[in-house]
Design a protein. Structure first.
Length: 472
């Protein structure tokens, strides 16, 4: 067996830069966006992701690797023999390109040392970096005393159907990493569950105002940027004046218009990712906070506004609703109110999404909420749940990964928990490892997404040495 202990990994990768880019560009040129309207039995999330998977496995076969495909959404490259299996889990699907690109998102452009393309940093660059690391190791004559499974999925950005299927038909690797977040390491991922508050609109109350409808939010995992409400009232002038006064000292903007005895409110806040609700201004909770000082002619409308405008407003850690908790290592629970709807005929629905650390769970969150809203005419149902995932920094794999990272970069190491989720959580001893460095610019999911060439080379070198040391 070749001894590669003293090799300069970055040199070995840099020497082969052209080949690395060729492999990566081959993947980037496939628009692997989920398209449900084009889905078929053979392509359950549309033709793009399917094509990306097939092209990747074809490339690996051309490179002389053994590959396996498990249904239309997931496959793997394998090498090595042994009792243990090291898993490397990446994805080849991408989020839609959206608008605002300066270049073709599917024709990679290298400019100022950066590779511009959709998927360059999330997650084709990192996945191909890990693949190429194995290729370099094989070329250098490394032997692997364990199985290595590089598993690629094509539905990571949506429903994880790919890995759900894999887990059903194959054994998950014993341990491993997903190159789909940041260095030095992500060894904690918070749990994720939603509470859905459901309102009828049946119990009438004596009042001068009617809440006709209220809408805010597109998705549970985003902070609503816009909110709308229609109100029927005989005190329009007073309410309009109140609204202007309300807006004066709030970080949101809005307007109100009047037509045929109805007021129509529009309020604009600031969107943010659902895992960082404090970075946004939730248009829906602000508008509810304003309207909650009036009494409307349905008990449920009033309770809806009390819930959203009081109990859930400006409370990103769930204090007022009774679910707040802070874990020493994983940090605080966070709460995002992503969907806020009410209709005088149909009733209402509010979706509150929680990212929670260890120390609580779905049942505790549910019972705390139910107790807290006992006097409101609302039903609470919990929706979906992923338990928190945490791997100790004392785990031997974590130690090896951090050691390689520190040795190659000279950077300090520390553990970190995120509110988002990666494939790392699918393995009991799983983490996310790279590809972004502490000094990288994060452009994932944005227009003009890029991956710095240096980051790709550095990460590939780190993956190569990590795989080498883990499988000796
Ligand atoms: Zn990703
Ligand atoms: Zn992503």
């Amino acid at each position: 067996m070749e001894n590669l202990d003293n090799i300069n990994w970055l040199d070995e990768v840099t020497k082969r830069q052209e080949d690395l880019l060729e492999d990566l560009f081959r993947m980037i040129r496939i628009r692997s966006v989920r398209e449900d309207d084009l889905a078929t039995a053979e392509a359950p999330v549309g033709p793009g992701p399917k094509k990306a998977l097939e092209e990747f496995l074809k490339m690996a076969q051309e490179d002389g690797f053994e590959t396996k495909q498990f249904g239309p959404l997931v496959g793997r490259v394998e090498i090595g023999e042994g009792d243990q299996t090291l898993g490397i889990l990446g994805h080849l699907d991408v989020v839609p390109e959206g608008t605002g690109w300066d270049t073709d998102p599917y024709e990679p452009v290298i400019k100022d040392g950066r590779i511009y393309a959709r998927g360059s940093s999330d997650d084709k660059g990192p996945t191909i970096g890990a693949y190429f690391a194995i290729k370099v190791l094989r070329e250098l004559g490394a032997e692997f005393n364990q199985k290595i499974h590089l598993i690629v999925g094509t539905d990571e950005e949506s429903g994880w159907m790919c890995m759900d299927h894999y887990a059903k038909v194959e054994k998950m690797p014993d341990y491993g990493f997903s190159p789909d977040a940041q260095f030095p390491i992500i060894n904690g991922e918070k749990g994720n569950v939603s509470a859905q508050f459901k309102f009828d609109a049946k119990q009438t109350v004596e009042a001068n105002h009617k809440l006709l409808d209220f809408h805010a939010g597109l998705r549970a995992n985003m902070v609503p940027q816009e909110a709308y409400a229609s109100v029927k009232t005989d005190q329009a002038d007073q309410i309009k004046a109140d609204f202007q006064a309300f807006l004066e000292d709030q970080p949101v903007s809005g307007k109100v218009s009047q037509a045929s005895g109805q007021l129509r409110f529009e309020l604009t806040g600031k969107a943010a990712h659902g895992s960082t609700p404090e970075k946004g201004h939730n248009a829906g909770t602000y508008l509810a906070a304003f309207l909650s000082k009036y009494t409307f002619d349905k008990k449920e409308a009033n309770d809806f506004l009390t819930l959203v405008g009081d109990k859930l407003h400006l409370d990103f850690e769930g204090e007022k609703i009774g679910v707040a908790i802070v874990d020493d290592i994983m940090g605080a629970l966070s709460m995002n109110i992503g969907i806020i709807n009410f209709d005088d005929a149909e009733g209402g629905l509010v979706d509150a999404n929680f990212r929670y650390p260890k120390g609580t769970d779905k049942d505790q969150i549910q019972s705390a909420i139910i107790k807290n809203v006992a006097n409101l005419a609302v039903k609470v149902e919990m929706n979906g749940n992923k338990d928190p995932h945490y791997l100790s920094p004392e785990d031997p794999m974590v130690k090896t990964l951090l050691d390689v990272y520190a040795k190659q970069t000279g950077n300090e190491v520390y553990e970190k928990t995120i509110g988002g989720g990666t494939y790392g959580r699918l393995m009991e001893r799983g983490v996310s490892f790279g590809v972004l460095f502490p000094d990288s610019i994060d452009t994932m999911h944005q227009a003009n997404e890029f991956l710095a060439m240096d980051d790709l080379l550095r990460a590939t070198a780190i993956y190569a040495e990590s795989i080498y040391r883990l499988t000796r």
